[in-house]
Design a protein around this ligand. Structure first.
Ligand code: SF4
Ligand code: SF4
Length: 296
């Protein structure tokens, strides 16, 4: 569920065009409709993203309501938000509500992270991850899960997930004392801000050719649109977050579906709207919100 496009930073690889000047935010009434849909279908997991979802003033209300229903909550956390004034509640709140965290750290090198996300982002991210560790995240036997996300800096596919995870584990532990559960490698989608960066650099065709030449049919079994629906800040529903950004209606329908419409159905429409950007999910080792699909 995308709680809105407001973010404290503006990364070059962002497929949302999120940033500090965006004003679109999901309101409590829409969240309440989403909770009704969760009840209606018996959905077990709420995965929140943005922007920085914690910047939505109703974030804590939503998480509290979902957890009270026994729903597993995942927060796609841009860790630098925890270093902003007024956000020191984030780590204790997430730990208290036993929210699974998926934190973006697109590289273990300061130069690459700052190039992609902005100056100072690496230090802020490291400090925030250390704070999450202090609250028990990523540590054995706490049950508090801290997953990291890697995106390539430019127009290339992510390296093999397992080997990169081993590098992250070794370097982050040795240099910063940071521990985490899993590393997810996610391919950059050639849409929105990253699409514009590709266009500006004249790399659109090369990147699309790379994605298409790396297509692996077996990745189709694991693409995330088979198992989830994505909700925008107004309550409209899509096959995935990328289709949401492109405005492609749920189930390849002609009209958009709203949360209120889902409440009238017994099951979610099964069709999926696909287009060229889907090669971003099916190239190489595959890519999803849970990392590589292991098609390679
Ligand atoms: S990639 Fe994440 S942290 Fe970066 S601008 Fe987009 S939403 Fe914000
Ligand atoms: S981009 Fe295409 S393949 Fe990937 S999750 Fe969305 S609909 Fe499925």
């Amino acid at each position: 569920m995308n709680l809105g496009y407001l973010c404290n930073i503006a990364c070059t690889h962002c497929h949302v065009n999120a940033g500090p000047n965006r004003t679109e935010l999901m309101d409590r009434a829409t969240m309440a409709q989403a909770l009704a849909v969760i009840d209606h279908f018996g959905i077990g997991t709420l995965d929140v993203t943005g922007g920085s979802p914690e910047m939505n003033p109703e974030f804590r209300w939503l998480v509290g309501e979902a957890r009270a229903r026994g729903v597993h909550v995942m927060d796609r956390l841009n860790p630098t938000i925890m270093e902003e004034p007024g956000y020191d509640w984030v780590a204790p709140f997430l730990a208290e509500h036993r929210v699974e965290t998926i934190a973006s750290l697109p590289c273990h090198s300061k130069e690459n992270v700052d190039a992609q996300r902005g100056n100072g982002v690496f230090e802020a991210s490291i400090s925030a991850l250390q704070t999450l560790n202090e609250y028990g995240y990523g540590k054995p036997d706490t049950g508090l899960v801290l997953n990291l996300v890697y995106n390539p800096v430019g127009a290339s596919l992510p390296p093999p997930q397992e080997a990169l995870a081993a590098d992250y584990r070794r370097l982050l532990a040795a240099e910063f004392g940071i521990v985490f559960n899993n590393l997810y490698t996610i391919a950059n989608m050639p849409i929105k801000r990253f699409g514009a960066v590709l266009l500006a650099k004249g790399q659109v065709d090369d990147y699309m050719t790379l994605l298409k030449n790396s297509y692996r049919r077996e990745n189709l079994n694991g693409v995330m649109c088979r198992d989830l629906v994505s909700v925008d800040y107004r309550g409209y529903v899509y096959d995935c977050d990328f289709n949401q950004m492109l405005g492609l209606p749920l189930g390849n329908a002609e009209e958009h579906t709203h949360l209120a419409d889902l409440l009238k159905l017994d099951e979610v429409p099964r069709g999926i709207a696909v287009a060229d950007h889907c090669y971003g999910c099916t190239a190489g080792q595959g890519s999803s919100c849970g990392g590589a699909l292991n098609g390679a």
